[in-house]
Design a protein around this ligand. Sequence first.
Ligand SMILES: [Zn+2]
Length: 225
Amino acid sequence: MSEIKAAQDKKKCDDCYKYRDELLKNSPAVIYMSQQIEKLAQTHPKYRKQIDNIDKSLFNKNNIDNSSESNKSPIFIPSKHLICDICPDNTKLAGFHPDLGILICANQISSSNKFLLESSITHEMIHYYDNMRFKVDLNNLKHHACTEIRASMLSGECAMSFEFFRKFSTFKMFGGFKDCVRRRATLSVINNPNCKSQEIAEKVVDEVWNSCFGDTRPFDDVFFG
Ligand SMILES: [Zn+2]
């Protein structure tokens, strides 16, 4: 890799971390999701045990550079679980890996799509949350479809105008919104290596639709404010 390319990539990552930190500080959706992930970690027996087993003094020492994180549990640490890097494929702004956490694709952020970053990160945080709750098995297409329906529904990515929708608490009944959630969830399932065709993806999304579109946790309702 040339030095120029390396310097450009470094700049992209630096910018990406700047955007991430702004959202962690200012975005109601991103802040709310980090709090809910934290809350789940504190109350879920599995994570509670993990937290108790960690030597807190060691944990605090390792995070000395970032004092705002030092008192929290080690379950969701943005510096470890919400990272920026250069992504090889250019289809997504962010991605989720059950073992690694959330990756933001620094090379995909441009001034024209910067505003999409908030919904993309929220989307991946819904996957993070679901994986903590259910241990999502992404080889199981029903699991995959369900978490994609919830992520598209709750992240705001299907809201055409947040201001407009804010006035209508029943807006998720609108056809346009439902179609968008369904389309995006189906597209994600098609990209699952275990999914053999578009028909199968559509069928699986249909099968889990009622239970997953009805599940807005940790939000009370679909609401973007
Ligand atoms: Zn997704």
